[in-house]
Design a protein around this ligand. Sequence first.
Ligand code: PLP
Length: 386
Amino acid sequence: MTDRSRLSPDQFRSRFPIFERRVYVNSCSQGALSTDVEASLQEYIHSWHESGSPWELWVEEVERLRAAFAASIGAGRDEIAVLPSASAGINAIASALDFAGSRSHVVLGEFEFPTMAHVWLAQQRRGATIRWARAAGDRLDVEAYRAVIDERTLIVPATHVCFRNGHRTDIAALTTAAHAAGAYVLLDDYQRTGSGPLDVRALGVDFMVTGCLKYLLAAAGVAFLYVRRELIDRFEPTVTGWFGRVNPFAFRIDEIDWAATANRFESGTPPVPSAYAALGALHLLDRIGYDVVARQVERLVQRYCSAAGAAGFVVRTPPEPARHGPLVVVDSVDAPTLVSRLAARGIVASARGNGLRVSFHAYNNDADVDAVVVALEAEAALLTRR
Ligand SMILES: Cc1ncc(COP(=O)(O)O)c(C=O)c1O
């Protein structure tokens, strides 16, 4: 029986042993390991030891994961593909699009994760034209997208929260602009999913990719692609495989039948061990609740931004709640060295370019924020000052 009783943030934190040894503020790279996820992985190992090849059980676990994730974002299970990476989801959509018609433009913002740019740049060989929505420093307003979206735009792939500076784009406004021009929107929610409530219908996007190893607190190997129900049967990806079929276990080789659901965007054997981990993590997140997670994260983000600003450091992430997620980036003169110095003080953070990335989840608390700020003050020579 799955325990569904509610957890407070303190009870939630106590399930992550790393906090006995470290100040962990690196969920933007990898969520911390909970005893719940560890137990789920043990369950997988046990099933393998006991039964050898219980594929029926394993496929059922993947289906439970599909249903649990769908419910967590307000989607139907038929709208979710379970994939090994976000890149696989982006490729499945890109490979299904036709760039030969009057719409061949792909509008990309400058805050995308590299994989998003790479997949679409690769489509230039298939007739795609890339148009860039240009950022102004650490800001990328929907206006910059509006300037390049027109009747030639086929799709607007857009990250919600930027992995490099923590900027959050107004996706609902961007979707309204793209749809008004007749273009699709593909959201990359990887740097936000799990850090608060997510209602994919309210955002109005056509497609969304995200994965489990960051704020969804599980292991590498599981990602999701959401495809709005009305769109599913318009697409036949050329990146495909046997799990994209109506019934993979029919083992037919003479015909390609497309699953009527988003399963058609899947390809090979599902990532079973990671699916166990992901389901354990989703159950745990359900027990604290995404609204509680969001409140805790926002409180910690504000505490950190105020303290870092008061210390004279340059906070690159926008301060307005609607313009950031759980990641805050502070400018450093040598961010990789700063990350090593913090590690020596027991703090796990990360760097991208000259930015120090500190990110929060519901397992973090005020003491974590204060420990990071004290350490930054001690290493002030490595920080850019206003
Ligand atoms: C915003 C964003 N999108 C995509 C990815 C890559 O996802 P995957 O490796 O699952 O393709 C990352 C990984 O850090 C990311 O931060």
